[in-house]
Design a protein around this ligand. Structure first.
Ligand code: MV4
Length: 449
């Protein structure tokens, strides 16, 4: 097992990882930027080291500085958290070349799954269902695009191969929009990812986002855990996640879970990850993408399974193995997570950095708060606006909703604007309470009022 791990991140996820390291008896090293000296993760870690000025490019994304920090502190491994360098092929490579274990997949796996067109092709070959679409990249000049689109049937959706986060995505309702959509999506993708490669597929009507946590070990065992439903999103940022999904019963769970396992086995997955599917109203499901990191929403799965995913991720990176199967997993009630951001919902969600004058955390049985906040903390403007994740777990979905309402009511964040009021509204919404959630839920219910 590792003796010392450097955590190459900040905020709530750095706090989360440092806690896991402490429980495992592993020394932790926090990195921080010049503006992050007073952060909770720096306070909590056994050692700390500054890696550069405030802007992420000069600190949390500064590969030479982070590798130097790991070598100076003699860390055996680096945990990247999510975001920043978590899915950076080059970083994973340099860690390996420097004799430091990267707690995550191999550079090759990151690369394969980061290219959506390649991932789609690989999944198709493995027998994992993908949305009907093009077999490779397309451009507005290709002679076959109209024939292909017609065969698939409109509406179609144009997606960037390097995509994620909705950038470079375009819905096309008819033939006359196709050429422009390919050009615009390609241009957006070039700007966002430095890669203008796009493809298209059938646009599904009101699908759900259902994803499966998977774990793989060096012996090739792959375990899938019960699904998370992440359908409630705003501009492709998830707001609420829950497990299990109200749209998935036992037999569909097994079918989708086994498909997720097939996908992971096909790329020889040896760490924790997520296979994302779109699920339509007829229970057809399609591979969307594979995330090769620990995700923001991992706690809902931890709450219903009792498995600490960060500890598992660290164990697996150290070469330990899994001694349980998917069939051994019992679902303990229902769990829901709300992501609370420092944004102003009344001003188009503009970030709201500044001093947190007062912070009161919710609590009680079945309430978990993952945050780096404390009263007096000054939120810098350089980074992500995620402030806190409130996670509840109770016997039924109904009880979990009641618990979340209580928790959101107890929580106080004064001095800055937060998305707490929006979450309170979601938890009063009739369709949400019924479990009727799909990808345009917010459009339909919250922003139309
Ligand atoms: C789709 C889709 C409908 N049909 N693909 C992909 C990336 C993700 N952020 C949004 N994506 C979608 N892909 C096909 N073929 C609808 C969406 C979508 C969506 C998916 C899940 C959750 C929220 C969403 C909001 C808008 C669009």
């Amino acid at each position: 097992m590792f003796k010392k791990v450097l955590v190459a991140n900040r905020g709530e996820i750095a706090v989360r990882v440092i806690r896991a390291l402490g429980e495992m008896g592993i020394r932790s090293v926090a990195i921080h930027s010049e503006v992050d000296r007073n952060c909770l993760h720096v306070e909590m870690a056994d050692e700390k080291i500054c890696v550069g000025p405030g802007p992420s490019l000069e600190s949390y994304l500064n590969i030479p500085n982070i590798i130097s920090a790991a070598l100076i502190t003699k860390a055996d491994a680096i945990h990247p958290g999510y975001g920043f360098l978590a899915e950076n092929i080059y970083f994973a490579q340099v860690c390996g070349d420097s004799g430091i274990s990267f707690i995550g997949p191999t550079p090759d796996t990151i690369k394969k799954m980061g290219d959506k067109i390649a991932a789609r092709q690989m999944m198709k070959k493995l027998g994992v269902p993908v949305v009907p679409g093009t077999d490779g990249p397309v451009t507005s000049g290709d002679p076959d695009i109209f024939k292909t689109a017609k065969k698939i049937g409109y509406p179609i959706i144009v997606k960037a191969s390097a995509g994620g986060g909705g950038k470079g995505m375009r819905i096309v309702k008819s033939e006359d929009e196709l050429k422009d959509a390919l050009d615009i999506a390609g241009g957006e993708a070039k700007k966002a990812f430095g890669n203008d490669s796009v493809y298209f597929e059938k646009y599904l009507d009101e699908p759900r986002h259902v994803e499966f946590q998977i774990l793989g070990d060096k012996k090739g065992r792959i375990v899938y855990l019960p699904e998370r439903d992440c359908s409630i999103q705003r501009r492709h940022q998830k707001l609420v996640e829950e497990s299990p999904s109200t749209a998935v019963e036992r037999s569909l769970r097994r079918k989708m879970g086994k498909t997720a396992r097939l996908a992971a086995a096909g790329v020889k997955y040896r760490t924790v990850g997520t296979v994302e599917f779109l699920l339509d109203k007829k229970e057809n499901f399609y591979f969307m993408e594979m995330n090769t990191r620990i995700q923001v929403e991992h706690p809902v799965t931890e709450m219903i399974t009792g498995i600490d995913l960060v500890k598992e991720q660290i164990r697996l990176a150290a070469g330990e193995t899994l001694d349980y199967d998917s069939d051994d997993i019992k679902i303990n009630g229902h769990a829901i997570e709300c992501r609370i951001n420092a944004e102003d919902p009344d001003r188009d969600f503009i970030p709201s950095p500044g001093k947190v004058e007062r912070f009161i955390s919710p609590g009680g049985m079945g309430v978990r708060v993952e945050t780096h906040l404390y009263s007096g903390y000054i939120i810098p403007s350089f980074y992500d606006s995620l402030l806190a994740k409130v996670i509840v777990n109770d016997k039924t979905r109904k009880a979990a909703i009641a618990k979340m309402r209580g928790a959101l009511g107890e929580m106080k964040v004064e001095g800055i604007k937060t998305t707490l009021p929006l979450h309170k509204r979601i938890f009063e919404n009739e369709d949400f309470v019924k479990g009727d959630v799909y990808t345009n839920f917010l459009q339909k219910h919250i922003f139309s009022i």
